[in-house]
Every structure is written in structure tokens, then in C-alpha cells.
Design a binder for this molecule. Sequence first.
Ligand code: ZN
Length: 296
Amino acid sequence: MATPIHQPPASGSTLAPDDRSCANCGSQLVRRYCADCGQPAPGPADYSIRAHAAEFVDQLASVDGKIGRTLWALVARPGALTVDHLAGRRARYLRPLQLFLVVNVLLFVIAPRVPMFTYSLRSYLADAPPSPVVVASLVRRTSAATDMSAYTAAFDGRVESQRKSLIILFAPALALLFRALFARRTKRAGVPHRYGEHLVFALHLLAFIWLAVTGWGALGTLSSLAHTRTLNVLTIVLLVALFAATPIYLLRALARVYALTRIQSLAVLTALLTSFVGLVVAYRTMLFFTTYYTLN
Ligand SMILES: [Zn+2]
């Protein structure tokens, strides 16, 4: 007796796997997850309290674990995050932009009043770029400045909110700088060459610098609050150690990512620090003008 080749499914509840398509992008599902976009197939259990709780814990653990792991790699192994990213080892860490944003939040939460990034109308009128003379004459010209104290308060509030969004411009600017510095270097596997690759390193490097600045800010606040001599000395020692460790870190990161000798990375660091001062001046100038013109 011959068995039929095409047997209908025993019950209507199961479909053959290759009959199903992803609800999100329409690709064929192989198993539970879409091979194209990664979305799991929706099911009736998705809306149970248990599923919500499991997802919550899962998200928290995966984000938390990634943040910790990425910050640790960033601090403990200079340049390694970039090397890993360019070699394709990415899923275990936050993406470069995510890391940069996380560190920015830390910077503005833990160290909101770090002098390098703190501006007010008073500081612009005293000594900050673009130029006190230009700032004074522009402020005199605005009609809003008839009530100077109200204008100052409005200006300072606006600067405060804009500096947080403008700080992101450091990354593309720094990447341009790397591209210019390494333009004549011959192409090597795993070493940043394209603009987008320099940008990954720029984001990682800035994340570290912002983290160091956060540390300086936090320690500075701590030492001003310290009432005992021992605590005061301790915070100052930590501050000095952090200041000394930062250039060493930068040298190691540069050497690792761009495969440089010690002398080469010293030369690059010098160029970098000089240009960074220029970047800060450009940032402060831009911040003044965007604040000034959006207030008028
Ligand atoms: Zn899909």
C-alpha cells in the first residue's frame, strides 16, 4: 500500500517553517528569529506579565552588562575598543555613538560645572573667545539687553542647553583631524583609513577624554568639599594621578590604533593637543553665536 507523498498537517495550528514570513520586514523566517532583521516571531505569549518581566530583566542586564564591559575596556585597554570594532568584534560592546552619549550623560550629571565646558555671559564678557569686545558690542546692540540682568539669565540658560547638543560636533571635527594627520600613511589592514573609521576612534577617544574630565570635575568638587586635611590631600593626589595618566593613555591608544612607534605617537599627540585647544575655541565661539542669535 502506497503512502501519500503530500500529507496535510495533522492540525491547522502549525505551519511549515518556510511558510512563515517576518512580521517586521517580510523575509522568510528560518526558525524563531528573522535572519534579516533579527525580530523574533510574534506570539500570543508576548503580552503575558511574565514575558514583560522577563524582557525588562533581560534588557536591563544586557544594557547594564554592556555599559560596564564597554567602560572597562575603554579605560583599561587604551585603543582596544577601536581595534575590536574594526576587526568586527562589536556585539559585546556599546556602539561607539552609544558609548559617547552615555559618557556625555555622565559628564553633565556628575560634573555639570567643569570649567572647560562651562560658559556664561560673564565669562564671554571677561576673556572667552570670540572676543570680549565683540561680545560687548553685540550685546549692547540687542534690544533685549535693556534689562541686563534678565538678558544675562536668559543667555546663561540658553548656553547651558545648547552646549550639550553642540558638544557632539567634537567627534566629526576630530575625525577630520585624524584623516588629515594620517592622510599620507599607507593603508594597512585594521588601521583606520576611511573617514568613518577615524570617526569610530574619535568617538572612543572623546568618550575617554570626557570620562577623564568627569573625573577631574568630580575630584575637584570633592576636594573643595573636603573638610579634613587627609581627605583633601587624598583627592589632590588622585587628581594629579589622573592628570598624569591621561597623556599616557592617549599615547598608548594612538600607538595601538594607528600602529605607531612611541616617537610617532608622541608627535601625533602634540599635534592633537594643539588642535584640541583650537577645537575648544571654535566650540566656545560657535556656542556664543548660536546662543546670541537664537535669543534675538
Ligand atoms: Zn525581519
